[in-house]
Design a protein around this ligand. Structure first.
Ligand SMILES: Nc1ncnc2c1ncn2[C@@H]1O[C@H](COP(=O)(O)OP(=O)(O)OP(=O)(O)O)[C@@H](O)[C@H]1O
Ligand SMILES: [Mg+2]
Length: 501
């Protein structure tokens, strides 16, 4: 056995994050580590990499007990990690990133030629022919992620841990990363793969271990499992099917907002968009197709070069986010880690932050009202926490996201933009969010939902707009709003789009 973990324990104040967990990893396997938000996946990994100190249990690497005190030590032992966010340096070149900390030297100086040659050879092993002199930041996130994997594999070479590495990639990019991972499996690495995308788990992995509330529930061969049994293990109950396709046709909606000719050169071609009251408009398209840019223009995060917006009472200002908020708009961005959370504040403070900002800091929201709001959303979104005063930085990744969503909901916007609302959120909470969106629209809220998961988009949307190459290329409603048509529109060429229309 490459790696065997026995009776691993980890306590946080008030939380038993890991409770006697056993886990085995063989050389040449991809082993999925699954579980709901807060189940203990990241904690297990951090104990393994020395980021956290374990409270008890043993970890054997190739039969020898190890207890790394830092991620660098873990790396030296052969355990490398790649996280959801690329943690390399975008302003250095590809070669510098790959060779950072172990640059070849000549006469004590960094040997740039040798460094670039080595970097190029490393990438060629993955079938990548990149310009290693270019800044890392000039490549797509997928390529950056592959470079991070290449670096971790080269540095560590025995165990590779991937903690939600595909969360911000589109379908094609995921395959690119998977090809690289499969290559490393061939070379005999043991790979731990954490993901909330079950399709990817079935596509890539050999075995699955499920954690629930810090305990190991089961380890099985992936091919002996199906979706339903897997979800059952994760939740400890059956999932009610809230994401099924039978969207209720709710008929036309009274018009509420009308955007006309909104566009910005090089960002997005001018488009019109009308949103009815209580309507959900879905935005589909590959990463880079202009989905997020569309949302940013509507909310005023980017200046629209052309176009105007109006509601029932006349023209409205969308030139900046402050105006957006005054208009009753809300925007929960995709990258909540950087845009959304204030790690040192409590859950309560993070939830009431937006409301307080809108009200003005001179008029603090009474404490009991803050408490009620926080408790209400903790319950509605099933935020796993020991209480409302917990620092948000201590929540698991998925639960942090739910807090950011709660902040926007607490402001009760009339038009809410959700960019990838279920990224990083587990299957149970997924279904909750779909249900929540239906509930919000029943109360008259309008939404724009961006998602790469087409099934989910269909489940929540009244109509779906497809973007390609920074243009709105198709709009699908009724029977045409199905995965097949949406995929076709995403992949079509311009001539084909005309035919579809
Ligand atoms: N630094 C910390 N301080 C206090 N509690 C923590 C800390 N890190 C994690 N926890 C708690 O440990 C438990 C497990 O969290 P962990 O981050 O391992 O979950 P996860 O399975 O990775 O979830 P997700 O899918 O949301 O990323 C949670 O209850 C979390 O609140
Ligand atoms: Mg996690």
């Amino acid at each position: 056995m490459l790696l065997s973990i026995r009776s691993l324990n980890k306590m946080f104040p008030g939380t038993r994050a890991l409770d006697g967990v056993d886990f085995d990893l063989q050389a040449g396997e991809v082993h999925a580590l699954l579980g709901e938000n807060g189940a203990g996946k990241s904690t297990l990994i951090k104990c393994l990499t020395g980021a956290y100190r374990r409270d008890g249990g043993t970890v054997l690497l190739e039969g020898t007990e190890i207890a790394p005190q830092s991620t660098v030590q873990a790396q030296d032992l052969g355990i490398g990690t790649v996280y959801q966010e690329v943690n390399l340096l975008p302003n250095l070149t590809v070669a510098q990133n790959l060779m950072f900390g172990r640059e070849p030297r000549r006469f004590g100086l960094i040997d740039n030629r040798a460094m670039r040659a080595q970097a190029r050879r490393m990438l060629q092993a993955y079938g990548l022919d990149l310009n290693v002199d270019r800044n890392l930041g000039s490549y797509s996130v997928a390529i950056q992620q592959i470079i991070a994997i290449a670096r971790a594999a080269a540095l560590s070479g025995k165990v590779l841990i991937l903690d939600e590495p595909t969360a911000s990639l589109d379908a094609q990019e995921v395959q690119l990363v998977f090809d690289v991972v499969r290559g490393l499996r061939e070379r005999g690495l043991g790979i731990i793969f954490v993901s909330h995308f079950l399709d990817q788990v079935f596509d890539l992995t050999d075995r699955v271990t499920v954690l629930r509330n810090g305990r190991k529930i089961v380890t099985e061969n992936t091919r002996d499992l199906n979706r339903v049994s897997l979800i059952g293990h994760m939740l400890g109950r059956e999932l009610e099917d809230a994401t099924s396709h039978d969207t209720i046709n709710r008929g036309p909606r009274p018009p509420m907002l009308r955007f006309e000719g909104i566009g910005s050169r090089g960002v997005i071609a001018p488009f019109d968009l009308a949103v009815g009251q209580g309507e959900v408009v879905g935005l589909a398209g590959l990463l880079g197709s202009g989905r997020t840019e569309t949302a940013e223009l509507l909310f005023g995060l980017r200046n629209a070069a052309t176009g105007s917006a109006r509601d029932q009472s006349g023209k409205i200002d969308i030139s900046n986010p402050r105006a957006g908020i005054r208009n009753g708009f809300g925007f929960a961005p995709e990258d909540r880690k950087t845009d959304g959370i204030v790690a040192d504040l409590s859950i309560r403070e993070n939830i009431t932050l937006g409301l307080q900002a809108r009200r003005g800091w001179a008029r603090p929201i009474p404490r009991d009202q803050q408490n009620r709001l926080a408790d209400d959303y903790i319950k509605r979104l099933d935020i796993r926490t020991t209480g409302r005063e917990k620092r948000i930085g201590e929540l698991s990744g998925g639960n942090q996201q739910k807090v950011v969503l709660a902040r926007w909901l607490a402001m009760n916007p009339r038009f809410l933009i959700l960019d990838e609302p279920t990224r990083g959120i587990d299957v149970g909470a997924h279904a909750e969010i779909v249900r929540l969106i239906h509930e919000l629209t029943d109360q008259g809220m309008s939404l724009l939902v961006i998602s790469s998961e087409i099934d989910e988009l269909i489940a929540v949307s009244d109509r779906v707009i497809v973007l390609r190459d920074r243009r709105h290329v198709a709009e699908l409603t009724g029977d045409l709003m199905n995965p097949d048509q949406i995929m076709k529109a995403i992949a079509a060429t311009d001539a084909q789009t005309k035919e579809l229309a």
